[in-house]
Design a protein around this ligand. Structure first.
Ligand code: ATP
Ligand code: MG
Length: 338
């Protein structure tokens, strides 16, 4: 599958070093790990590694390891034979087979189970694997790229990631700087995204940003990094009324509102009972079912984290979830830390 390569913007020395390292790594055909906070461009770098490599005309296959439960992930990666587990009606070719000759990008690689990690190690070291439910050893020639936003050496020390796989993947580690560490690129990126939207809006040209807005963009710490900046700029350009005046209005936090729901459930209960003495002792009331469930899940996660001094392993146990399920929930609710 040949994909269009996206433009990568950046001129700061830290960023240029990363681009250079990426170009060097693209050639050596060994595994590469891409590490970075959310929204720092890990996917972009992974695809650059593929498209600059001698494998560029072959498949570039991406799998988000956090999106599937352990058993399904193994069958996704390695394939399965018909009837190998309940629901496996036909045989299925796995991603390692599909990527033969090309590159397999395992995003959120830290979410894989230890059992899957062992198989990943074997396939990257010896190029061999077995489909789920089959004893036949098959060969594949795949270049592996893994990405994560967690600190893998600590995960390995905590027993959540195999040291041997880490050693194998650590052959080349590309760590992307957060946007706050490359402030020189903020305005460059903002112009790039602004121009794109101006184009979509069929503006003659992009009028740029007011000084006030530039100051705001420069002062903000961008915890969501480039993705967050992109969204803020897109919002600003879409909301702008005139195509000839520099963009002056920016909403950095779209959730900001006096009516924003409070994070702690207990606070909501107190507020309801203070207003209405006979009100039931819950935070329930009219509202959309899915968004309420979503909110409740988020509160559970925050409460578990807080009650366990932000130790994620203990917080997972507190909720009777395994660590991977807990991390997946954090990610789903945008709570995953860097
Ligand atoms: N240097 C860059 N130039 C232009 N666009 C970029 C750059 N880096 C990231 N982006 C854009 O920012 C967004 C987020 O990038 P990407 O999906 O690669 O981040 P990520 O590190 O994989 O994030 P996550 O951990 O949340 O999956 C994408 O829309 C991407 O195109
Ligand atoms: Mg990503």
């Amino acid at each position: 599958m040949l994909q269009e390569q996206q433009i990568i913007i950046g001129e700061s020395p830290t960023f240029l070093e990363i681009i250079e390292q990426t170009s060097r790594a693209a050639g050596h055909d060994r595994p590469v790990l891409v590490i970075g906070e959310r929204g720092t461009g890990k996917e972009l770098i992974a695809s650059r590694l593929h498209f600059l490599s001698p494998r560029w005309e072959q498949n570039f296959i991406q799998v988000n390891c956090a999106a599937l439960p352990d058993t399904l992930l193994e069958s996704e990666l390695f394939g399965h034979e018909a009837g190998s587990f309940t629901g496996a009606t036909g045989k299925r070719i796995g991603r390692f087979e599909e990527a033969n000759g090309g590159t397999l990008f395992l995003d959120e690689i830290a979410s894989t189970s230890l059992a899957a990690q062992e198989k990943i190690l074997r396939v990257t070291e010896y190029g061999t694997f077995q489909r789920v439910g089959s004893n036949r050893t098959r060969d594949t020639d795949v270049r592996l790229i893994g990405a994560t936003n967690i600190d893998l050496p600590s995960a390995a020390d905590a027993g959540d990631f195999r040291h041997d796989l880490l050693d194998r993947l650590a052959l080349d580690v590309i760590t992307l700087p957060p946007l706050r560490e490359r402030r020189g690129d903020i305005i460059l990126l903002a112009f790039h995204f602004g121009q794109k939207i101006a184009n979509e809006r069929h503006w003659e040209s992009f009028p740029g940003f007011s000084e006030d807005m530039i100051e705001k963009l420069m002062a903000y710490p961008w915890p969501g990094n480039i993705r967050e900046l992109k969204n803020v700029v897109e919002r600003a350009v879409y909301y702008a009324d005139h195509e000839y005046e520099p963009i002056n209005r920016v909403i950095i936090d779209p959730f900001k509102s006096p009516y924003r729901p409070k994070p702690a459930e207990s606070k909501q209960i107190k507020q309801v009972s203070a207003r209405e003495p006979d009100a039931p002792q819950t935070s329930l009331g009219p509202g959309d079912f899915n968004s309420r469930v979503d909110q409740f899940e988020k509160e559970l996660l925050l409460d578990a984290l807080k009650s366990n001094k932000y130790n994620q392993k203990r917080a997972a146990k507190y909720l009777n979830l395994n660590y991977h399920q807990f991390r997946h929930q954090l990610k789903k609710h945008g709570l995953k830390s860097a």
